[in-house]
Design a protein around this ligand. Sequence first.
Ligand code: TYM
Length: 341
Amino acid sequence: MTRVFSGVKPTGHLTLGNYLGAMRQWAAVDQHEADAVFCIVDLHGMTVDHDPARLRRLTRQAATLLLAAGLDPELCTVFVQSHVDEHARLSYVLECVATDGEMRRMIQYKDKSARERARGGSVRLSLLTYPVLMAADILAYGAGEVPVGDDQAQHVELARDLAVRFNQRYGHTFVVPKATLPRVAARVMNLQEPTSKMGKSDDSGPGIVYLLDEPDVVRRKVLRAVTDSGREVVYDREGRPGVANLLEILAACTGGNPESLASVHQSYGALKKDTAEAVIEALGPVQARHKELCADPGYVEEVLRHGAEKARAMARPTVDTAYRAIGLLPPVAEPALNAAR
Ligand code: TYM
């Protein structure tokens, strides 16, 4: 059975982009068809300025939302990255296989570091090395598939490269993973700036639909979405990004396809109205389940405790193998120590 691994970073409230681009697929398909492992990657939440209390709160909230979105701990493994030491252990080893040039070429690094510098801030070293930690997340579990949105494809590609390079230099150790993207909505765009991704860490609130937004808020945000200057509803990502984004969101929520949905809408107003209602309908069950789970924090904690235990057992042998392969001396086992005395 294929091992699938994916994760979400608790750097902000989760968005419709996270849901349609990744989480929904994890719940609807991956956990049923694969040996699936999902992680709240809290170590990745410290690569930019962060507030410790907020990071803890968002980590718990992300875990609760993953379960609310339908991840079933009977079918898959859900855990918090910092609860399993193997991620950090393997990350360092992979830093000895990756090059700084590779890191500097990563689009997210270029964008985020430029933004940070423009604000006069400093760039954390972990922002540069973050894709290596992400590769460690994936490779430690021997994951063959990594279901992600389009913005993470380059990072998964790096994980592939590092796996191949390590295997060639030090002997076969890692499964070489590949990214799997959803059919539609692999890149949900900001409703106010349809040429930029809808990102949870962005400042532009009105363009971002959060999973926990009330129906009225969702309606307002979608109805005020920036569209394009034309009037006819056509699906053209390059020429009409605003309308294309709404069509993709509607298609993802209803299971349709953007081209045929374009042909049944006569105006931008009608398209916005249908999209808003479809999003509200898609988020309704997630929000209801989230409310139930918030009333039972002990359950979420227990899922995470058990998840970390399972994850540790999965990752440990691979990371130990990588340590041996790259030349690290294994620690002496207890009985031998006793014998030596
Ligand atoms: P993160 O937390 O930014 O996003 C989690 C998942 O949601 C997808 N996504 C989107 N999909 C479509 N449209 C959008 N607007 C949108 N925004 C986010 C992301 O592609 C992702 O699949 N580095 C990763 C987390 C990570 C990870 C991993 C993922 C760490 N280790 C190992 C897979 C495997 C990240 O920042 O995702």
